[in-house]
Design a protein around this ligand. Sequence first.
Ligand SMILES: [Zn+2]
Length: 314
Amino acid sequence: MNIPKFFYNSRGGVNLMKRVPTLFYRFGFTSKKIEKALHTYVEIVQRFGCSPTFPITATTLKRHPKLIQNLQKRGVEFAIHGYVHTDYSQLSEREHREHLQKAVRIFNQCGILFQGFRAPYLRWNGETQKAIRQFPFLWTSHQVMVWDVIELKEFPPSCQKAYEKVLKLYNPQSASRHPVLPTSINGFIEIPVSIPDDEVLIDRLGIRDQDKIFEVWKKILDATHQRGELFVLQLHHERIPYCGKALEMLLHYGREMDPPIWLATLSEIALWWKKREKSLISDRWPEKAKSAFSVSGDIDSITLFDFFMRIFEV
Ligand SMILES: [Zn+2]
């Protein structure tokens, strides 16, 4: 697959060019900047009694095992985000198996535990789901649900276009027409992830005000609470400087909700859903919670080198 062309198509030329200086600003030549963002991220979520789930590409893990091992020691949960950051919807079952074999080997060699898989670009196909079952996974989390929480007309045409492109890329289901809950097929759990995420709000729509970012996510949290459903937030570590405060406000707001929300990692959600199905528990969520909330963020790159390697690693 032609990755530069894929990037171009998914973002648009103008947005892609605008992104180059941003990349140099967000990522460094060393891992220092991103380490700081990751530690801030974990510290924020753990202050509210939970940990984030970070799906990470195996080749990125291989380049930074110490950093990831340290985060695991701090209680962070990891999942496999592909062997390399490529479009899995284009791979055959054999290619899926080869990629997964290599990814699982790297995770085992680095001593990083995993129970879940999230496809890069949130793009997958039937072969992904078939291949996953041949490995010791409990869950996937790459079905995208889009919430109608943005007044798109208020944004400039280039932003509107960039937003439409992401919808084309993810091919999401509409949260207003479908329940946003885990689904179980023979004990294997799919946990849907909600958008707009940090990438949509900050990079595509250009929102810089953290109060505004909070307001968008608060609408999703309110809606899932009202419906008794699940909000899996996707927030990438490199944008913590632009939305860490919004995350903190959201967690604070969620903690005050009555009846409470269940704040959990993706594996805790999958395990609960499995147990609930097996023992025919009638409560939808544990701990008398009305809805559930999980914070996740894919780690595609830690340094500039990782970012540019994504173009060559297919
Ligand atoms: Zn990714």
